[in-house]
Design a protein. Sequence first.
Length: 572
Amino acid sequence: MQDDDQSSGGPKGLSRGLTNYGDKDFSLYLRRSFAKSMGYSDEMLARPIVGIINTASGYNNCHRGLPELVAAVKRGVLAQGGLPIDFPTISLGEVFLNPTSLMFRNLMAMDTEEMIRAQPMDAVVMVGGCDKTVPAQLMGAASADLPTIQLIAGPMMTGRYEGERLGACTDCRRFWADFRAGRVNSDQIGRIEGNLATTFGTCAVMGTASTMACIAETLGMTLPGTAAIPAVHADRLRAGEATGAQALETARLGLTPSKLITENSVENALRVLLALGGSTNGILHLTAIAGRRGIPISLRRLNELSDTTPVLVNLKPTGVGYMEDFHAAGAMGTLLRDLAPLLHMDCLSVTGESLGDRLKAAPGHVDRTIIRSREEPFEAVGGLVALYGNLAPDGAILKRSAADPAMFEHTGRAVVFSSLEDLADRIDSDDLDVKADDILVLQNAGPKSPSGMPEAGYIPIPKKLAQAGVKDMVRISDCRMSGTAFGTIVLHVTPEAAIGGAIGLVENGDEISLSISNKSLELHVNNDELERRRQASVSQQARPSRGYAKLYADHVTQADQGADFDFLMATD
Ligand code: FES
């Protein structure tokens, strides 16, 4: 919540939230004195302030272009008579973090929230893009509730390998699977590695970063039409300048996140997630963002929406295109226009315009090979589905748009891996007792496990089956999957094994049934036997004893709550 003295009529600019020495005039005098050491004139220091969160980092390839983008935001702020001040927060470069980036999303959200609240600013522009940075910033902003605009870093462009178009990171996984199966040799995989990610910006497909960019725009937290502009496109810089120019007007209108992130805009975002064939991580992050405003997301409601929301977007990993194609095809304006009868039109954006008014503008060029109409969808129902049953009493998620329909109704024998280490040790063993119609189960990789719910749900096909041509199997875990991955993969099983969930009780040879039509996930073991196993099970996992790992393990919620910290969720 905002400090009382910072609501309208209270202190502005540099006078906001003074350091408390027991003498307000002294505090302001001291602050101005130190600000002047940075060369600011009195005229500049009298201006309203737009804080700009700059998440450029040498450990974040996706944000390499942010210094230029932040400069563009500053131009926009200056042009409107504001003082732009950029500041850093934690930056999360997806592939550089151990054990997994998700574990640090909540830390970045805390950093974002507290630095917005602690430092003097009248509005804030948050610049981010890589997978966890967008939800972390939105979570923090939702709690700080200062007028905020998010500026997306933008997707990277595709590269080429021997004439074939490549984009991180669906093609990363496809070629790695080919390498494991012996269809690509080590020389070729080396050259592919050098062509998968060739510009700055976020992953080029409809993975988590792109999904979250589209969700941010749908929530009204970005300037309309900016989610999909490629990172290297000059329009991205113009979007930066326009975002800076808008920030003080958003503040003047009093458009704090609590006015934008509402039950209706969250439901719109769920529709968009489903129509995009978006990342499974999207539901986790949107749940956490909405939770900061006290808006619960029910997975049963997700299923209702999924049954009435077609997949309209034809991007990898579920389709064929890349984000640069989505941008050229009309991007979010076209998608929202096509979904309009299913959306709440009264939702506002940072400009103060309602969604209904935004969509009255004439549509530009639309490429129907990339964004279909509702009358001719790519798939009649939404990309995600929640599953329930005795194996997942509080739900699990499957991305049906990325799964093999031949496995939508499947019963098979469980092949169980008790941890990520066990998986790594045995998955490629010649001795592994596994057949193509078995179901691979990974235990102890959920939010409270030591691995912190990594993107390990895309369990590799055992090498001997991959070499025999098997491309997909039903895989079940309590962890996550990269938004760029594909396969018949059940994720986010809740409750997780680490807190006694049934997934931790599955044994080799148990029979499991997956039914998409019934939205069910059943373990065919009777309750007495499950109870016997529960009594006999002894947790092997050591609990962290200090630091952030302890805070995380003690307070992270289950996947159906967004894996936020329990003490950061809204309490009213
Ligand atoms: Fe940053 Fe994929 S690694 S979005």
